[in-house]
Design a protein around this ligand. Structure first.
Ligand code: CTP
Length: 447
């Protein structure tokens, strides 16, 4: 019996997939089809697959060509499968010519002609309109957004806005963007959605104008500095049926999701304490140091450190307490936040003038999770127990600088495909805004 194996994502199952499976089956007597998991796809850079795994498997099954369907979830699995199932022929479409020649030492490798003019990528794009997105603010983060958005299908950056004409023009030229405007109304008329990367204190105003004009909003954190204003934006988005996403990158990273899931699974027992630290020394002339109203370490990094606390211990805290070291401008160069819940606790440390270990520790009754710096990208974490010899290490997928996961979530939410609003809920966003508001109130009194 001649065994053939082939692999694919089979998202939005199409004629190209059907033809390929048919011809693969004709190469032998028994066809094994490997269907990829979402995680594996993410690690290969496909960040917005639409159909869930079970649906993709079901579509392959319905063709009647597959004698066995397996799930592909890691790099290197092809060699394992070929040996395990005694495969004679490995086959794939001609878009992969050459890539899998290394398998020739295990079996025959055949590349079949690809069906022209159809692909899942194309279908994803035509199924929903390309989201014309504009960038508000052309500073440090904007170029990163531009390059990371290229990894997400269904979004196109069409315009940039900056009230400072000269700066915006320079961005337009340097980044080959289609248009630039220094008029917010004109800019908004060119786009369906905006990414707000302007100075922190302007997020709220821009988000409000954009939502009022019917545009979806992805804003850098924080959305606003008070709970009331954050709620106002969410209500506005809800009322107009628009997506409003707060861009705390960590919330959308696959590794952080996995860490939360393990913490929630009971593996380390009941969680009693979460400690998160984020410090990055800033230049004393930098805005973080000198901006009287919006500078300081907590406003800069507090969003990151509050996230795991709120995600793991919830929004119903009982007490918060801040301790800060201030510079002569009254800005905190280091802040320690303590949060007390009914029977659990947490602390968050942020610094721009004092350096500490940037780690996340989640302490439970059976063990703890330790994510080392940069835990906010969550590329690696360990689970440890009383017995020091038992260490479970996780090294989740992480591509680029991580912004693509946030962008993919934004696109999927707009298209109505996202089942993921749990990644950062409105309640969580509001709880963090309330803590930030409290911090600003205290600092004002101190000043
Ligand atoms: N395939 C094909 N003809 C097409 C599209 C895909 O023969 N027009 C083949 C691929 O070469 C592969 C299999 O179908 O062997 C599964 O491909 P997959 O990557 O799932 O589909 P694509 O449409 O190529 O997906 P994407 O656009 O996301 O890359």
């Amino acid at each position: 019996m001649k065994k053939v194996i082939t692999y694919g994502t089979y998202d939005l199952f199409h004629q190209g997939h059907y033809n390929l499976l048919k011809r693969a089956k004709e190469l032998g007597d028994y066809l094994i089809v490997g269907v990829t998991t979402e995680h594996y796809d993410e690690s290969r850079g496909k960040v917005n697959v639409i159909d869930p795994l079970l649906e993709r498997i079901e579509n392959v099954r319905k063709t009647g060509f597959a004698d066995m369907i397996i799930v592909e979830d890691h790099e290197g699995q092809k060699i394992e499968d070929i040996q395990k199932y005694n495969v004679d022929i490995f086959t794939l479409g001609s878009d992969w010519v050459g890539t899998f020649d290394y398998l020739k030492q295990f079996c025959k490798v055949i590349y079949l002609d690809r069906t022209p003019n159809i692909s899942s990528t194309q279908l994803r794009q035509t199924r929903s309109q390309i989201i014309r997105t504009g960038i508000i603010g052309t500073g440090r983060i904007a170029p990163r957004f531009l390059s990371e958005s290229k990894y997400v299908s269904g979004i196109e950056i069409t315009c940039a806005y900056n009230p400072e004409k000269a700066e915006g023009k320079l961005f337009e030229i340097n980044h080959d963007i289609k248009c630039f405007s220094d008029s917010i109304d004109e800019f908004l008329s060119y786009v369906d959605a905006v990414y707000i990367a302007s100075p922190n204190e302007t997020h709220y105003e821009y988000a409000k104008i954009a939502l009022e004009q019917g545009k979806h909003v992805l804003s850098e954190k924080p959305l606003a500095f008070t709970k009331e204003k954050t709620l106002e934006l969410h209500d506005l988005a809800d009322a107009n049926n628009l997506i409003l996403l707060e861009g705390i990158k960590t919330a959308y990273c696959p590794g952080f999701q996995q860490l939360l899931n393990i913490a929630h699974s009971g593996r380390i027992g009941k969680i009693y304490d979460v400690e998160a630290t984020f410090t990055r020394l800033a230049n004393p002339e930098a805005r973080e140091y000198t901006d009287y109203n919006y500078g300081g370490s907590f406003l800069e990094f507090g969003g990151y450190t509050m996230l795991p606390i709120i995600k793991l211990l919830g929004t119903d805290y009982k007490e918060i307490q801040f301790n800060s070291i201030l510079n002569e401008d009254g800005n905190d160069i280091y802040t320690k936040l303590h949060i007390k819940y009914k029977d659990t606790m947490a602390s968050a440390k942020t610094g721009i003038g004092i350096k500490s270990e940037g780690q996340l520790v989640i302490a439970g009754t059976k063990g703890y999770i330790l994510a080392e710096s940069p835990w906010w990208l969550t590329k690696k974490f360990v689970v440890r127990y009383e017995d020091p010899t038992v260490i479970e290490t996780y090294e989740p997928n992480f591509q680029g600088d991580g912004l693509r996961y946030e962008i993919a979530e934004f696109v999927a939410s707009i298209n109505g495909y996202s089942k993921n609003s749990y990644k950062l809920t409105k309640e969580e966003s509001l709880a963090m805004a309330a803590i930030t508001e409290e911090f600003m109130k205290l600092r004002k009194e101190q000043k």
